[in-house]
Design a protein around this ligand. Structure first.
Ligand SMILES: NC(=O)C1=CN([C@@H]2O[C@H](COP(=O)(O)OP(=O)(O)OC[C@H]3O[C@@H](n4cnc5c(N)ncnc54)[C@H](OP(=O)(O)O)[C@@H]3O)[C@@H](O)[C@H]2O)C=CC1
Ligand SMILES: O=C1O[C@H](COP(=O)(O)O)[C@@H](O)[C@H](O)[C@H]1O
Length: 495
């Protein structure tokens, strides 16, 4: 295995994302030998930490991982250095540049730099411009920028941000994170769709009746009200994760399994997103906010009662909507999506409902149900396919049967976590699982119209915590003669 060589400069080294996701992901890469001797991480933030203290923070973040022996953790943590740094202060970049060069020499990384922006997005542009003005980019080796979400707040702000980072980095140096693209079962969609003779030919409006995507969460806003109040479910989950999932579900087979070809196939989908007028957006997208509920004797606060949330907040915690694609292959197939916090169960899943076989001469007795393929992304990871079989017995009666496959816990635990996969991709120069500007431009423009429609509505509909959203979410499908296939009843409680 070729070990990856780089000085990784992490802006936001003391932050929540770094501790919960990035240090564990880097440790797994170290454990797998993807990172060995030729790497160093410079964590930056304003607080005045020492290297020793920073290494303690990193150690604490990885020490409970299954493969973490004290020896391995100590070897890993020894590659971490801390630089107190205010991203708005140009002089601090001079110190940072000197440290990066020193570590480059010490670890022999050949000029490779990975700049990871794990900070509030309002700083992304400032950091990129200082990296240029203070000449941190190296002449030898690669210079790659990994940028966290949210990428903008709407199309205009996303464009401004993109213009500012593009003044320093070319598109082929920019790695915009959408962690859903790093998930195993999202990757598996490509294998399923394009690796099976019996799915590829039926994957269009000729055979598919409707598509449903659910990204349901049990947790509430947690400690992120400051961010969430400015975002809401539409910007937090639909513009990015749901749109990326939609592209993988509907894009044509890429001409090759390369970043360029996959992005071209995705672009075609986003270009075909049927644009809504404001009035159409109000009819096709609904929002709501969770209210207090008592579940198993435990009272769950409503969104407006959460810490950091305005008592009259108009931020939606639930979205359901219908999308359509203006592509010959998908015309007439509604794509229903929904996502929300404090729903009944944590589950990310997709159901493809096929058109029923008609007429079915064998269905005189029993119901001729449509075939349904469900892809379970999380927490269960697998597939199920509903088929019509024959009931056992003398009579000829149709029976709905399920073919199913679930990855076992051992395989799931062994698989790389999303950030682990994406960090390795960025270190390897593989942009396939990152988003391109063109995709973001299209998806923001689509979402902005929905936002505009909602901003004109004075009322915020509600749903009780622990349910699957407001009645209007069901009504959206009922109007088309459909219903949500995934209707969990057993309520999970967040910790
Ligand atoms: N946390 C999560 O689960 C997720 C986060 N993200 C994204 O990741 C990014 C980071 O989020 P998160 O880790 O939660 O944020 P935090 O608020 O936990 O961390 C922010 C970091 O920025 C540093 N910082 C703030 N101001 C400055 C400054 N002027 N100069 C230098 N450093 C500064 C802080 O340290 P100090 O105060 O010492 O300067 C801290 O290290 C955001 O874009 C977020 O949207 C995305 C998905 C999930
Ligand atoms: O990006 C985000 O995703 C998480 C949900 O991610 P998952 O991997 O747990 O499905 C969501 O909680 C968060 O609000 C959002 O910013």
């Amino acid at each position: 295995m070729d070990e990856k060589k780089a000085v990784i400069i992490l802006f936001g080294g003391s932050g929540d994302l770094a501790k919960r996701k990035l240090y564990p992901a880097l440790f797994q890469l170290f454990n797998r030998g993807e990172l060995q001797d030729h790497f160093a991480v410079i964590g930056t933030a304003r607080r005045p930490w020492s290297d020793d203290y920073y290494q303690e923070i990193v150690t604490a973040a990885v020490t409970n991982l299954p493969q973490a022996t004290p020896k391995k953790v100590a070897a890993f943590a020894s590659h971490f250095y801390y630089q107190s740094h205010d991203v708005t202060d140009a002089e601090h970049y001079v110190t940072l540049k000197t440290l990066a060069q020193k570590l480059d020499d010490k670890y022999g990384v050949g000029g490779n730099r990975l700049y990871y922006m794990a900070m509030a997005p309002n700083f992304f542009g400032t950091i990129a411009s200082h990296l240029k003005s203070e000449k941190l980019l190296t002449d030898d080796g690669f210079n790659r920028l990994v940028i966290e979400k949210p990428f903008g707040h709407d199309y205009e702000s996303a464009k401004t941000l993109n213009d500012s980072i593009s003044a320093t980095f070319n598109e082929d140096q920019i790695y915009r994170i959408d962690h859903y693209l790093g998930k195993e079962m999202i990757q598996a969609l490509l294998a399923l769709r394009f690796g099976n003779q019996f799915f590829e030919p039926v994957w269009s409006n000729k055979y598919i009746d409707n598509i449903q995507v659910t990204l349901a969460e049990v947790v509430g806003v947690e400690e992120r009200a400051g961010y969430y109040e400015t975002a809401g479910a539409l910007r937090d989950m639909v513009q990015n994760h749901i749109m990326q999932l939609l592209a993988y579900l509907t894009m044509k087979k890429p001409t090759a399994f390369t970043a360029d070809a996959v992005h071209a196939a995705k672009d075609e989908v986003f270009n075909a997103l049927h644009p809504y007028t404001v009035a159409e957006a109000s009819a096709n997208f609904i929002r709501a906010q969770y209210t207090e509920a008592t579940i198993d004797g435990k009272t769950v606060p409503g969104y407006r009662q959460e810490d950091g949330v305005a008592p009259d907040s108009m931020t939606e915690t639930f979205v359901a909507g219908k999308l359509q694609l203006d592509m010959p292959e998908w015309r007439g197939v509604p794509i229903y999506v929904r996502t929300g916090k404090r729903l009944t169960q944590k589950s990310t899943q997709v159901t493809i409902t096929f058109k029923p076989t008609a007429p079915n001469i064998f269905a005189a007795n029993g119901e001729n149900k449509p075939n349904q393929l469900t892809i379970y992304v999380e927490p269960k990871e697998g597939y199920s396919l509903q088929i019509n079989g024959k009931n056992m017995g003398q009579e000829f009666e149709l029976e709905n049967e399920t073919l199913s496959f679930t990855h076992d816990d051992k395989s799931v635990n062994k698989a790389p976590e999303a950030y682990e996969r994406l960090l390795l991709d960025a270190l390897s120069g593989n942009q396939t699982n990152f988003t391109h500007w063109t995709e973001l431009a299209q998806t923001w423009q689509f979402v902005d119209v929905i936002r505009k429609a909602w901003d004109q509505m004075p009322n915020m509909p509600t749903y009780a915590a622990g349910t699957m959203g407001p009645v209007a979410a069901a009504a959206l499908l009922e109007a088309d003669g459909h219903h949500w296939v995934f209707q969990p009843t057993k309520i999970e409680l967040a910790d």
